[in-house]
Ligand binder design. Structure first.
Ligand code: MIC
Ligand code: SF4
Length: 643
């Protein structure tokens, strides 16, 4: 039987397991990346493992999230990451060099290789034909140390793209259409591969826009073939030697297939507050807007920025609209400056931001009260922008730029001729903002610098045999890690200070949660479907651990969050009968007895609801490795035990 693209890469990197969907496989990881919001924790964990050097082919530490320095904390954390990275053999991408995924795509992505990153949008490099996956910081630390990365073997989905994008329709509209069809739960446990004639018509940055937002499908990753277009992109980056051809076998078997006709696709928009609330722009055009933000790892390539500049050229941003633009990397910004496109943006009244995540993670540019903001980003979760009652809509750069001029949501096709962009055959390459690590000899004489904001990583304890605690919180479906552990300018500086961070846990859903949880000495959290979707941030597990949460009972989990809970030593349990969810209330007392036996070997365990006099069967269907980690009270204890 033939293989899919992803199956080929998995086969080449398989360390343990067989490729049966759902069963655990171990993969050798060639490259890792970290960003600063998760990086401090990842490097603290790497330090806790006591290794002198990383063992990967390439590891890069990026600074792109916490760049608003309103106190000493972020700058101190950058210094910690820089000193740790260089000592341990990791390249350091300095602040200002750009968003990790954009820079990695440009400078380091290699078709056929494996990459994990402590950021959920790591699949961006799937646009290059890499098997690129988001992971918790601890998993990245383990991979940096040469350890295996474990995932459940995914099912395979093929999306056939037929035809060709029509003027004013963009790669972003393709992935929004995929989200409309598959929803934010539709990709869980799956890898999405793109195929068909339409693939040839898409450049690598356009492919990367699509694989980037595969994260919003909940997919393990998304991937494109590596073809002549890929070769041309690598050549333009001065890296043609990194190219190999990669495609699926003609008789490869997929578990699901969809077809999208690019000829008939029209501009799309995701409405508040989920990336799958997708409709056609034409359906809601005319809506008054207050803000437009262009950038983020989804849409900040040179190609996107050149289109935006052409749309803005000679125009003025509507008086009621604030337009912010953050080019994705130093390379992009530099080339915009050199060819005059930046001048067109500035002249039109755009507020140019540094090459970083910026408003996408709530680092500035929060909209006004009840503000309507069109963004080229990938997430529109409630409150993520920094304004709780803002309405965030996700669109293509074309729709964003055109609407910034008109002041209302506008179908860009109404504007007449679309700009035609010719891409340069060579990008301006200057890696002077990527510091090389010290040699092992030099490293000995350099110390890692820890600022006062860096506090200890919370550690679990060996699994008890009985947990008798109350339900501290009950939440519904599709709870994101932004609900569990919000980000934004005020909170992100404390990513290396879990005790302080804990004051914000779940406050989006219930402002009293941190105090209540502390007062109750922790307990159980109950949730619905797709619990923990969204980001890779392991803080969404480490902070509940710090607050005393022992188990999370839900209808279903997102892959990365479940892995992060296990790594932290919190039990992730799923209801065998999802209707049981309806019979539990906050403050109910639950007893989980004989858990050790269930964790050692059983597939289910019974939870008693003492308050209601009910019993629930929950699944403890873990791999052997996960069972050992849970019994040890988390991955750090497990690693220590193995030494
Ligand atoms: C995000 O987009 O939510 C982030 C910020 O990039 C996160 C990482 C984080 O929480 O630090 C992600 O997607 O993994
Ligand atoms: Fe940064 Fe936003 Fe991309 Fe996350 S989604 S990496 S915050 S640009």
């Amino acid at each position: 039987m033939g293989l899919t693209i992803a199956q080929k890469i998995i086969k080449n990197h398989l360390v343990s397991g067989d490729m049966t969907p759902g069963s655990e496989i171990g993969l050798k990881i060639d490259q890792t990346l970290t960003q600063d919001a998760t990086g401090t924790m990842a490097y603290l964990q790497f330090e806790a493992m006591g290794l002198p050097r990383v063992k990967t082919e390439l590891s890069v530490a990026y600074i792109d999230h916490n760049t608003l320095q309103s106190g000493f904390e972020n700058a101190d954390d950058h210094r910690f990451i820089q000193t740790c990275a260089r000592k341990r053999g990791v390249r350091f991408s300095r602040p200002g060099n750009g968003i990790c995924h954009q820079v990695h795509l440009e400078r380091f992505s290699v078709p056929g290789k494996t990459l994990i990153g402590s950021d959920s949008h790591t699949p961006t490099c799937g646009g290059m034909g890499m098997l690129a996956m988001g992971a918790g910081g601890l998993d990245v630390a383990v991979a940096m140390g040469g350890g295996t990365y474990y995932i459940p073997m995914p099912k395979m989905v093929r999306i056939n793209l037929t035809g060709k994008l029509q003027p004013w329709t963009a790669a972003k509209d393709i992935i929004l259409e995929v989200l409309r069809i598959m929803t934010v739960k539709g990709g869980v446990g799956k890898i999405v591969e793109y195929a068909g004639e339409g693939v040839k018509t898409l450049s690598v940055p356009e492919r990367a826009t699509i694989t980037n937002m595969g994260a919003e499908l909940g997919a393990t990753t998304s991937i494109f073939p590596s073809d002549e277009t890929t070769r041309a992109f690598l050549q333009a980056q001065g890296r043609e030697k990194d190219w190999i051809a990669l495609s699926s076998d003609p008789d490869a078997v997929y578990d699901e297939e969809y077809t999208i006709d690019l000829n008939t696709l029209t501009p799309m928009i995701a409405q508040p507050h989920m990336p799958d609330e997708v409709v056609k722009v034409s359906e809601i055009a005319g809506m008054k807007i207050n803000q437009v933000c262009i950038g983020s790892c989804t849409n900040s390539s040179l190609f996107d920025m050149l289109k935006v500049a052409e749309i803005l050229r000679g125009k003025t941003v509507h008086p009621d609209v604030s337009l912010a633009i953050a080019p994705g990397s130093k390379q992009v910004l530099n080339m915009l400056a050199a060819n005059g496109a930046l001048a067109a943006m500035i002249d039109a009244g755009a507020r140019i931001l540094e090459s970083a995540c910026g408003p996408c993670i709530g680092m500035g540019q929060a909209p006004g009260s009840a503000g309507i903001s069109l963004r080229t980003f990938n997430r529109n979760f409630k409150g993520r922008s920094g304004t709780a009652d803002a309405g965030i809509y996700l669109v293509s750069p074309e729709t964003a730029a055109v609407s910034a001029i008109t002041g209302v949501l506008t179908d860009p096709r109404d504007l007449g001729e679309a700009p035609v962009i010719t891409m340069p055959t060579a990008f301006t390459v200057n890696d002077n903002m990527i510091e090389l690590p010290y040699t092992p000899e030099e490293a000995v004489t350099h110390e890692i610098e820890y600022g006062p904001n860096i506090k200890e990583v919370p550690k679990g304890h060996e699994l008890e045999n009985t947990i008798d605690k109350k339900v501290v919180l009950k939440v519904g479906d599709n709870i994101t890690t932004d609900h569990i552990m919000p980000a934004g300018a005020k909170i992100l500086p404390f990513r290396s200070n879990v005790p302080h961070l804990s004051n914000f846990c779940f406050t989006v859903c219930d402002k009293d949660f941190p105090e209540r949880c502390k007062a109750m000495g922790g307990g159980f959290i109950v949730g619905g479907q797709n619990y923990g979707q969204g980001s890779s941030r392991e803080h969404a597990a480490l902070v509940p651990l710090y607050l005393g949460v022992r188990a999370v009972l839900v209808k279903s989990f997102s892959r990365m969050h479940k892995a992060n809970l296990i790594n932290s030593g919190i039990l992730p349990l799923t209801f065998v009968n999802p209707d049981d969810y309806d019979t539990i209330d906050e403050q109910d007392e639950l007893i989980l007895a004989d858990i050790r036996a269930a964790i050692d070997g059983g597939d289910t365990v019974v939870v008693k609801n003492v308050t209601k006099g009910l019993e629930y069967t929950v699944s403890t269907d873990f791999s052997q490795r996960q069972r050992e980690i849970l019994a040890a009270g988390g991955c750090l204890n497990y690693i220590a035990k193995q030494k």
